[in-house]
Design a protein around this ligand. Structure first.
Ligand code: SAM
Length: 282
């Protein structure tokens, strides 16, 4: 069954009475090059378990089943379950789980489904409305995963993989950088999807560090500081932190001085070390 053939896809979907839900970020891939490349970039083998978020009609899932020992794919939309039965019925290394990836106990799911796997990876064409929450949940929960290869909106990808201390950086850049190395893999144009979205996409890789690179006194405070530093991007870092964290400007000015940081510096110029030093002193 050629799932890249628009006529084939339309026939399957209409037979199941399926209509696309914008709210669930349903833009299905129809470019035959993207899914095999994503799956191959995982360097998976028979002992690798792959968690997919949102299989849609199963284009990427199929490729993941080709490269990995076991694939578990979480789909929220119940209407897609009979479709997936039809498109992926032939694979015995696949399990579809009906649920919301943001509500499932992913640690328990991985322990149960990937017992015996030597490596666990996450691969998905993410529903764009939950890109950052899914990525942050995967990272913050310190799940036993090696890497995340996902397609996201181009702008989000640029931010996720940016260097901290550059214009493209935001709060999520620092948060991701705390746990992983980000890498931009390739671009995917909007015409590669059905229906076609208004923006282009990119596939990125987040390689999770085995050894912690940064050490902070209080992780919760660090993430709050980062969020507050970038909350008012047009203001200086000092003002943004002061306004959104409720800390007096005088106290912050003292901390900045102690750290030899210009009081007028913008958050996009702060390095990981600067952000850690500020948070450690608050
Ligand atoms: N993987 C398919 C592809 O590349 O063509 C579909 C990708 S589509 C961008 C996103 C998929 O995620 C849809 O199938 C959608 O129903 C599913 N989805 C949306 N929100 C979800 C959630 N919270 N948990 C799990 N799946 C979700």
């Amino acid at each position: 069954m050629n799932l890249y053939d628009i006529d084939v896809v339309k026939k399957i979907l209409s037979r199941h009475g399926f209509t696309f839900s914008k709210a669930l970020g349903q833009n299905f891939l129809i470019n035959p090059q993207v899914c095999p490349t994503m799956a191959d970039s995982l360097n998976a083998d028979g002992e690798t378990g792959v968690l997919e978020v949102g299989p849609g009609i199963g284009v990427l899932t199929k490729e993941l089943c080709r490269v990995a020992g076991k694939v578990v794919s979480v789909e929220l939309d119940k209407r897609l379950l009979p479709v997936l039965d039809e498109t992926l019925g032939e694979f015995d290394n696949l399990e579809i789980v009906n649920g919301d990836v943001m509500k499932l106990d992913l640690r328990a799911l991985m322990e149960e489904k990937f017992a015996g796997c030597k490596a666990i990876k996450v691969c998905a064409n993410l529903p764009y409305y939950i890109t950052s929450p899914v990525i942050m949940t995967l990272l913050e929960s310190r799940l036993p995963i090696d890497e995340i290869v996902v397609m996201v909106q181009k702008e989000a990808g640029e931010r996720l993989c940016a260097q901290v201390g550059t214009r493209e950086a935001g709060a999520v850049t620092a948060a991701v950088n705390y746990y992983a190395e980000g890498e931009m893999l390739f671009e995917v144009g909007r015409e590669s999807f059905m229906p076609s979205p208004k923006v282009d996409s990119v596939v990125i890789r987040l390689k999770i560090r085995r050894e912690q690179k940064y050490s902070v006194k209080d992780e919760k405070k660090f993430f709050t500081t980062v969020k507050c530093a970038f909350a008012q991007r047009r203001k200086t870092a000092l003002n943004s932190i002061s306004n959104t964290m409720g800390i007096s400007k005088v106290t912050l000015a003292e901390i900045f001085e102690e750290l030899s940081l210009d009081k007028n510096i913008r958050s996009e110029k702060l390095t990981m070390e600067d952000l850690i030093n500020i948070s450690d002193r608050l």
